[in-house]
Ligand binder design. Structure first.
Ligand code: NAD
Length: 492
């Protein structure tokens, strides 16, 4: 059994706790992927100290030079893509095609942020005074704590670490306890390409170390992706130290299908949006609002296609949907199926755990669709994070948009229609951070901002150049070359 260490100050070291935790394959519980460090606050202390020390020199490395390391890292990720994808499928269950996509996203993001090493544009503006120069530049902030979930084990860390590094910050990174191997793989790549000791530090472990990472005086930025409940705690804990806090949290995303939609296309989108990653995406299409004129035709086809999805081990090439990530996630799914039934929703397909044959040793569940769901039901409002889709009816676009906006979250939304007026109205009126036309709620690209409104986010965005705003702050600089005291207009 292989034991993996933390990475602190450029060395792979065990936790001072002397304890480890197991990482098991959710498709086959008999398989232990490895043992990982069950770290403590003392390990965080060492990691933050290392990051603070490294910051003194890393911030002075020219950004294009920092970017060269990112570019080298991206190339290394390309070389190891298949190995990393297989490791990821084994540790969290999603099908190989999707874990390849996860690594690809890390490649794309690392390449994109490497490009920012030669940009990070500021502004040069005319001064109101003669012989005076005025400009703004981005500056790094210092040590950044990165706390990430398990559903995109390499992509999400890359969304945070690549922009933080190119801006000149240093990092303490804590992945979810369910996916530490992908974190180790990513950090190893950064080590191999020569990111200096202390610039990126990895500590594995649970909520306690997360708390320390959000309260430590030396930490200037906290970037968190995970559930809204934990995000709220992170926000509260970091508030007293006036840290910059970037939160990406839960979702309850909607696909609207109008009566003029291409139904086959909409069914394809709902299958992929609802059951891709076993419904364990923050952008999962867990709600579908269908115009009453096409409701029954859509539902029949959607249910038949969902029922036919092949569920199993994600390493098998024929598998279309893997397991839930853990027993507790599966229990949540099963609990919500019971809630849906008790609320009076109609179970159209699925609804049961799969625990025989090839699924006997894992946390599998049938793709599940409820119809006759009303917007006030819990299955229509609460994030389930599993293969459960709630289908609702509407009689107009206005009603569909109202239903779409009725939840606490605001990450992603989509509309299927051939009417450009309807598409634009929905684009304007659905209050989400991401919007799709004739495509499902998932599938973001790395060069546009990613994030949500309301209980999904706190106004910051991941990815694109928007990420630079999280990991840098503006300094405005005035250079007076007149040789005399010139007072600004406000002072005269
Ligand atoms: P989670 O909130 O349980 O855990 C996220 C991370 O926070 C983990 O690393 C965990 O160990 C850590 N943590 C737990 N308690 C903490 C504390 N008190 N202080 C600091 N850190 C703590 O989420 P999860 O189950 O890993 O992931 C699923 C959730 O993530 C879903 O709600 C999903 O919507 C969300 N998510 C959001 C996005 C987005 O971009 N909006 C992307 C992916 C996942």
């Amino acid at each position: 059994m292989r034991t993996y260490n933390n990475y602190v100050a450029g060395a792979w070291t065990p936790s001072v706790s002397g304890r480890t935790f197991e990482n098991r394959n959710p498709a086959n519980n008999d398989e232990v992927i490895g043992l990982f460090q069950d770290s403590t606050a003392a390990d965080v202390e060492a990691a933050v100290n290392a990051a603070a020390q490294a910051y003194a020199t890393w911030r002075l490395v020219p950004a294009p030079k920092r970017a060269e390391l990112l570019l080298a890292a991206a190339a290394r990720l390309v070389e190891q893509k298949e190995t990393f994808a297989r490791d990821m499928t084994r540790e969290m269950g999603k099908v190989l095609e999707e874990t390849r996509g996860d690594v690809q996203e890390a490649i794309d993001m690392t390449q994109f942020m490497a490009g920012e090493g030669r940009r990070q544009y500021g502004q040069t503006v005319p001064s109101e005074l003669r012989d005076k120069f005025a400009m703004s530049v981005r500056q790094p902030l210092g040590v950044c704590s990165m706390i990430t979930p398990w559903n995109f084990p390499m992509a999400i860390p890359s969304w945070k670490i690549a922009p933080a590094l190119v801006c000149g910050n240093t990092v303490v990174f804590k992945p979810a306890t369910l996916t530490p191997l992908s974190a180790v793989n990513f950090v190893k790549v950064l080590e191999e390409v020569g990111v200096p000791a202390g610039v990126v530090n990895l500590v594995t472990g649970g909520p306690d170390i997360g708390t320390r990472m959000t309260t430590h005086d030396e930490v200037k930025v906290v970037s968190f992706t995970g559930s809204t409940a934990v995000g709220r705690l992170v926000n509260q804990n970091a508030a007293t130290g006036f840290k910059k806090v970037h939160l990406e949290m839960g979702g309850k995303n909607v696909i609207i299908i109008m009566d003029d939609a291409q139904l086959e296309l909409a069914v394809d989108g709902c299958l992929w949006g609802g059951f891709g990653t076993t419904g364990q995406r923050c952008t999962a299409a867990s709600r579908v609002v269908v115009h009453e004129k096409v409701h029954d035709a859509f539902l029949d086809e959607f249910a038949a296609r969902a029922k036919a999805l092949r569920v199993g081990n994600g390493l098998e090439p024929t598998t279309q949907m893997g397991p839930s990530v853990s027993e507790s996630q599966l229990q949540t799914v099963m609990k919500y199926v019971e809630i849906g039934k008790a609320e009076g929703a109609r179970l159209v397909t699925g609804g049961r755990r799969l625990d025989s044959g090839a699924c006997a040793r894992g946390w599998f569940h049938e793709p599940t669709i409820f119809a006759d769901v009303t917007p006030s039901m819990r299955i229509a409002r609460e994030e389930i994070f599993g293969p459960v889709v709630s289908v609702m009816r509407c009689s107009s676009l206005d009603q569909a948009i109202a239903i779409g906006n009725e939840v606490a979250y605001g990450l992603s939304a989509s509309i299927y229609t051939r009417d450009i007026n309807k598409a634009f109205q929905a684009m304007r009126d659905l209050y989400t951070g991401i919007f799709y036309v004739n495509a499902p709620t998932i599938g973001a690209e790395v060069h546009l901002p990613f994030g949500g409104t309301k209980a999904t986010g706190n106004g910051h965005r991941e990815a694109g150049t928007a990420a630079l705003d999280v990991f840098s702050e503006w300094k405005s600089i005035y250079v007076d070359f007149s040789g005399k005291l010139q007072r600004a207009q406000i002072d005269t």
